[in-house]
Ligand binder design. Structure first.
Ligand SMILES: Nc1ncnc2c1ncn2[C@@H]1O[C@H](COP(=O)(O)OP(=O)(O)OP(=O)(O)O)[C@@H](O)[C@H]1O
Ligand SMILES: [Mg+2]
Length: 246
């Protein structure tokens, strides 16, 4: 597609690098990454274990600031915003292990970000119910605790909670990693529809070839560098490259 015709990216990485350092060693985990991410699209980021995928996601999530360069959300760099507010309202993260609060019911889990944003419990419950319906879960999950539902359902609750924050950027780190193939496919389908029907920006870090097949753009992280993969290069990706753990 003609780059000139694209609208402003919702998220832009401008020469982003990140170094972990302590008194013993330093690791250059992300190196000089320049990329634009647009609403209404689903991106897949693949790469070997240790290549920097989760670190890149945490920079976009505002969990930490780049050592060099800038993560720019709707024109404003994350080093110029209140990161707590950014994390509450603008971006949301979905994890492989769901990270639901075990002592809250599913409905309470989804209400949680809404209450953080100042909604009354009653207002929060209204929106939470809508979001639970949005991820195709029945009302019967409202009062159940996460331990009482399946993995696929847990990931749906986690996505409903992510949507409840109102953020338009969904960052997902191996969202299908703990699911069987059928449930994984349903989660991928849900994320795809959130991008294409509801205009979210969805960025998925994954080893799952099924995701790379449906993503609008696939990028590969390699030793801290991020490069776009052309769709016709995809069949050539060695399955080992996706599955290798070390
Ligand atoms: N807290 C940390 N302190 C020091 N180095 C770290 C830390 N977290 C990650 N690293 C290093 O940074 C590099 C990138 O790690 P990262 O977790 O981003 O990789 P990844 O691509 O997400 O891997 P995986 O597929 O295994 O999840 C690795 O070399 C890793 O060892
Ligand atoms: Mg990781």
């Amino acid at each position: 597609m003609d780059q000139m015709s694209l609208p402003e990216p919702i998220l832009k990485l401008d020469n982003v690098s990140y170094q972990y350092s302590n008194k013993y060693q330093s690791v250059d985990a992300v190196k000089e990454v320049n990329t634009d991410f647009h609403e209404g699209k689903m991106y897949a980021i693949i790469g070997k274990s240790g290549s920097g995928k989760s670190t890149l996601l945490s920079l976009m999530a505002g969990l930490t600031l780049p050592t060099e360069g800038q993560v720019i959300y709707r024109g404003t760099p994350t080093d110029e915003v209140n990161l707590d507010a950014y994390r509450r309202q603008n971006v949301t993260v979905v994890y492989q292990s769901f990270n639901l609060f075990p002592l809250m019911t599913c409905l309470e889990n989804v209400c949680f970000p809404l209450e953080l944003l100042g909604k009354s419990p009653k207002e929060a419950a209204v929106v939470a119910r809508e979001q639970i319906a949005h991820v195709n879960l029945p009302e019967s999950v409202y009062k159940r605790f996460p331990s009482m539902i399946s993995g696929g359902e847990k990931q749906r609750v986690a996505i409903a909670r992510a949507l409840a924050s109102g953020a338009k950027v969904i960052l997902a780190d191996e969202p299908t990693g703990n699911l069987d193939v059928a449930n994984g496919e349903k989660i991928v389908d849900l994320l795809w529809h959130l991008a294409h029907d509801d205009n979210y920006l969805v960025i998925v870090v994954t080893h799952d070839l099924g995701i790379t097949r449906v993503a609008d753009e696939v990028m590969q992280m390699s030793d801290g560098y991020l490069k776009p993969l052309l769709l016709d290069e995809l069949p050539a990706i060695d399955a080992l490259e996706l599955n290798e753990q070390a």
